[in-house]
Design a protein around this ligand. Sequence first.
Ligand code: ATP
Length: 227
Amino acid sequence: MASRNREDAVLVIGLGRFGGTLAQTLQELGHRVVAVDRNHDLVQQWSGQITHVIEADATSEVVMRQLGAHEFRRAVVAIGTEIEASVLATGVLLDLAVPEVWSKAITREHGRILERIGANHVVYPERDAGERVAHLMTGRLIDFLEFDDNYAIAKLRAPREICGRALEKTALRSRFGITIVGVKHPGGQFTHAEAGTVLGPGDLIMIAGGTDRVEEFATAVGTANPP
Ligand code: ATP
């Protein structure tokens, strides 16, 4: 790959379930991806799906420099269970002055080490998936996305008690502290919710607000809106 292209490309270290899916999705989204794994079989397996797959040990600075890792603007370390390799590989990328390093952590302690050595973004896929599934299981939420700052958006069925009158008459912000940001009528597409929007049975709504308030709303309306 020409070196001028590396600035736009993403370097993915580790082709486990997380790294492999990430690399493939980035490629599907139109990004150039260079993936590195030290496991020969995995490299063979992925080489048909990802354009550039290299068999190498990402904990070696010499090797990574030879691969041109220092020319990338963004890299992801997708090594989890081998914490030592995860930390070393992250350190190598930081030493090579890659400006944006994302690293996967499997525990809080692992994440703290990665943050301490300077990883720009630490992600916790297992923890995040667990939290998300818990929210989906316990509420009436069809989809749920929580942001770092305790703010969430969620998709759910329009509760009966707020159907049939304009949203401005439902006082959802003062009663529940949430805002309806989008509405989808059956068979339609999501559109912006407006003060005069009237919900009907079978509509889907997208709500936004503090995570606790979103959960409270889903629980409160869940009892008023049996499946
Ligand atoms: P997942 O849950 O995503 O399947 P994991 O959290 O179990 O993965 P590991 O199995 O530790 O993570 O590592 C993921 C991948 O990273 C593996 O395919 C492994 O071969 C690769 N890997 C581990 N150490 C290195 C290294 N030093 N250099 C390159 N690749 C490595």
